[in-house]
Design a protein. Structure first.
Length: 82
């Protein structure tokens, strides 16, 4: 398993190389999370975090900080699943 810094670098690299808007990534992640086989409690945690991130993006908060929040949410779920 990759650590937080590696995951964040990979996330940012993919975002930049594919010219993706973070708002679009968050919207698509909502759909992907709902299609996973995670427990409902895990899905609700991720959806709540993604909703907060989407709100902060709409308020103009720094995009890199929000990328960090996305990676952090998935790292947190990964540690809970163990």
């Amino acid at each position: 398993m990759d650590d937080y810094q590696t995951c964040l670098r990979t996330f940012l690299m993919i975002k930049i190389e594919n010219s993706l808007a973070l708002e679009d990534i968050v919207r698509d992640l909502h759909k992907c999370v709902m299609e996973t086989h995670f427990e409902e409690q895990m899905k609700m945690f991720l959806i709540a975090r993604l909703s907060e991130i989407e709100y902060r993006l709409a308020q103009g908060v720094n995009e890199r900080a929000q990328c960090s929040s996305i990676v952090g949410a998935f790292i947190e779920i990964r540690t809970v699943r163990k």
